[in-house]
Ligand binder design. Structure first.
Ligand code: EPU
Length: 444
């Protein structure tokens, strides 16, 4: 386990560039299995999840090469259709290889992606759709694998019961080489899905979003190679904006994509955060006046993203008054609360009254374990102080890092590998903004 040591209380100032989107990169890698031609993906963030996903491809016999933020993948050498459990279990996106494997080779075997730190996270919505497209799927609890077979996938009309970001992408990947037309209703409209669609279209796929939540895919017989640059990571941009204002700093963000941040910028302005447009892809983030308390309900796109609520909670510890955050997408995404409390934050859990939780929440209410809470109240402003904290989830990790930058004294963050899953070289990039951060290889 590695540790970050942070001397807080220094306002961040300067310029930082947003990296390519993790949540497109991982899916673009899986898409490369759809062709034997060479695929080149540019603007790839050098983060742990990228290396884990490339390991998944390598475990199938696929050739991959990574060089200076560019990844080349050639699938003609693919020789097996089973993702080994030790490699697949490291990241849930490994399950996305099933569509391409089924479409091209008629079979796939993947370890159950299972639950993780932010909830049960089943893949029932993916499975239901793949079955409608003709896949035979069995789960073998004795080895923990899903076995999938399909002599030929066919198009189908599939209506998702609830939003699923990766589920929508999984079915698009299965449909692009299937026979006939697939219509995905109540499909996810996260901007990452559309970037993936652009990539697939550049490979010769016929995929079109015809309504906000409806995607039509016409199966084609073959895809070809392509060269594609990933869109910027909107979760990084939000992290940087909040790091700027929470530390009382002034940060210019390059490779900014404000159009992807609508719900964030709206509530950011309510909190007194200011974003100054410098040019199309450059934005300056600074706080104007005292930070105001806010009430947030996370929602699928175009709502306030679940990924943003953790760093937002940190920002709200510095706001005047009581703020609330109601998490509706995942059933357990408050692991950072205990760590912020160690730094002096005053945060309570509560459960807002909800009439019909099964239809209100994006997760399956029936999967929810006892003891979870769906909302927090943050009492501010509270001065934060140094602490020794531990993290077990990517966004929680970024939040605790921001908290340590705000806090007085020297904090120790254990489990920084979680931050490395989604943020490239975070300490060096924050150091350039004036942060005092060092990394220790071994736990202290
Ligand atoms: N769900 C089910 N069954 C399914 C699919 C989803 O019950 O078959 C539930 C999930 O457990 C969750 C909710 O539905 O409670 C929403 O899940 P969704 O499928 O939309 O999320 P995801 O695809 O698993 C992606 C991102 C997340 C991001 C969410 C929301 C990737 C690899 N992950 O997750 O990103 O928070 O969409 O936009 O794209 C992160 O980057 O840290 C991260 C967790």
């Amino acid at each position: 386990m590695q540790t970050l040591i942070i001397q807080g209380g220094i306002p961040l100032r300067g310029e930082i560039a947003v990296a390519g989107a993790k949540n497109v990169a991982l899916k673009a890698f899986a898409s490369a299995i759809l062709t034997d031609d060479r695929v080149e993906i540019l603007n790839v963030p050098l983060i742990a999840d990228v290396y884990y996903m490339l390991d998944v491809l390598k475990s199938l016999g696929i050739e991959t090469d990574i060089h200076d933020h560019s990844v080349q993948i050639q699938s003609f050498s693919l020789k097996n259709t089973t993702v080994p459990i030790d490699i697949g279990a490291r990241l849930r996106t490994s399950s996305l290889v099933v569509g391409p494997l089924l479409a091209r080779f008629g079979e796939a075997r993947i370890p159950n992606p299972g639950g993780c730190r932010i909830g049960a996270r089943p893949i029932d919505r993916h499975i239901h759709g793949l079955q409608k497209m003709g896949a035979k799927i069995t789960y073998h609890p004795e080895d923990g694998f899903f076995y999938l077979q399909a002599s030929k996938l066919h198009g189908a009309e599939i209506e998702f019961e609830k939003n699923t970001h990766t589920g929508t992408e999984a079915l698009i990947l299965a449909a692009v080489l299937a026979e006939g037309e697939t219509v995905l209703k109540n499909a996810a409209c996260e901007v990452e899905v559309d970037d993936l669609i652009r990539f697939l279209v550049s490979m010769g796929a016929q995929v079109k979003r015809i309504k906000e939540r409806e995607i039509v895919i016409r199966g084609v017989s073959k895809l070809h190679g392509a060269r594609f640059s990933l869109m910027p990571d909107r979760n990084e941009e939000v992290t940087f904006a909040l790091a700027a204002v929470a530390t009382g700093g002034d940060v210019i963000v390059r490779h900014s994509r404000r159009a992807h941040l609508g719900a964030f910028l709206k509530v950011f302005a309510q909190a007194g955060g200011s974003h100054e447009v410098i040019d199309d892809t450059t934005t300056r983030y600074v706080q104007k006046g005292p930070i105001q308390s806010t009430d947030i309900v996370t929602k699928p796109h175009p709502g306030f993203m679940t990924d943003w609520q953790a760093p937002w909670a940190l920002y709200m510890t510095q706001a005047v008054g009581i703020s609330t955050i109601h998490e509706t997408v995942f059933e357990s995404r408050f692991s950072y609360v205990s760590e912020l409390r160690k730094m002096g934050a005053h945060i309570d859990f509560f459960d807002p009254p909800v009439q019909d939780p099964e239809s209100y929440y994006n997760f399956n209410w029936s999967d929810r374990l006892e003891g979870y809470h769906q909302a927090i109240r943050i009492f501010g402003p509270t001065p934060l102080h140094d602490a020794v904290v531990e993290i077990d989830d990517l966004r929680a990790g970024a939040t605790v890092l921001l908290a340590a930058l705000v806090a007085s004294g020297t904090s120790y963050i254990h489990g920084v590998e979680q931050i490395d899953r989604g943020y490239e070289n975070i300490e060096e990039r924050f150091q350039k903004l004036g942060a005092r951060i060092t990394r220790k290889e071994k736990e202290l």
